[in-house]
Design a protein around this ligand. Structure first.
Ligand SMILES: Nc1ncnc2c1ncn2[C@@H]1O[C@H](COP(=O)(O)OP(=O)(O)OP(=O)(O)O)[C@@H](O)[C@H]1O
Length: 221
């Protein structure tokens, strides 16, 4: 446990990357370690907010639902960041950071989130950063090319993602790149490990093993 301004918290790792970059697969690999608290697939919460599929609504009518969706994403991410665990390591799929820096930013750029709505999300985000325990220790960036993740997305054929275009994935890719690779866009919340996530499932294990020692630092594994 490291001690921050907000008290003790586990060594916290966030896993970031484009849609279809393999975040869930990466996180599932770490389920084998009992000292690691794995918080995967926040998408399942977005699909069921008291019976409402907010992800589906967002894709059906982005202008109408963007604020509702992003408010809920921010809440679910905050819940994951602050979730208590006795494990020395916490591994999270996405974070309040990618929600704000990648997705809210893209919606703003595209004029899909009114400025006043974006301002409210940003106010919440700033408050959370100042007063909640959302610090992280490591970012794992699953780096991909847009064409590869587009093929994966088509193959998995998620109902809600039918409207997602290659152009959208290219734009999201660029935001991830500028944020986590070139480090020119927004503040990076922790040191970044970059993995080649274009690799096929049969070869990606090697990449996982490369970063394991950096993640399991505080465990007995
Ligand atoms: N703020 C946001 N944070 C995360 N996803 C968002 C956000 N806004 C919209 N989305 C949408 O949620 C869906 C889930 O994408 P995400 O990359 O989080 O998971 P994934 O594609 O299942 O990950 P992977 O395939 O890498 O395991 C996508 O359709 C994405 O466009």
């Amino acid at each position: 446990m490291s001690v921050t301004k907000n008290g003790p918290r586990p060594f916290t790792v966030i896993v970031e990357g484009n849609i279809g970059s393999g975040k869930t697969t990466f996180l599932n690999h770490f389920n084998q370690y009992e000292d690691v608290c794995v918080l995967a697939e926040p998408i399942e919460m977005w699909r069921n907010c008291q019976g409402h599929n907010l992800l589906g609504l967002m894709y059906q009518d982005i202008k109408k639902w963007s604020f509702t969706f992003q408010s809920y994403v921010q809440l679910t991410m905050l819940q994951h960041h602050t979730k208590q665990t006795s494990c020395p390591v916490k591994l999270m799929e996405r974070s309040i950071y990618s929600a704000r820096y990648c997705f809210v930013e893209k919606m703003k750029q595209d004029g899909l989130l009114p400025e006043a709505s974006a301002a409210v999300i940003e106010k919440h985000f700033d408050w959370i950063q100042d007063y909640a325990n959302v610090d992280v220790d490591l970012v794992v960036y699953l780096r991909t090319t847009p064409e590869v993740v587009y093929d994966r997305m088509m193959e998995r054929n998620r109902q809600e993602e039918k409207a997602v275009s290659l152009d959208y994935l290219k734009a999201l890719h660029q935001i991830h790149e500028d944020w986590l690779y070139h480090k020119t866009l927004f503040k990076v919340p922790a040191p970044v490990i970059v993995l080649d996530a274009d690799l096929d499932k049969s070869l990606i294990r090697e990449e996982y093993l490369k970063c394991e020692p950096h993640i399991l630092v505080s465990t007995k594994a």
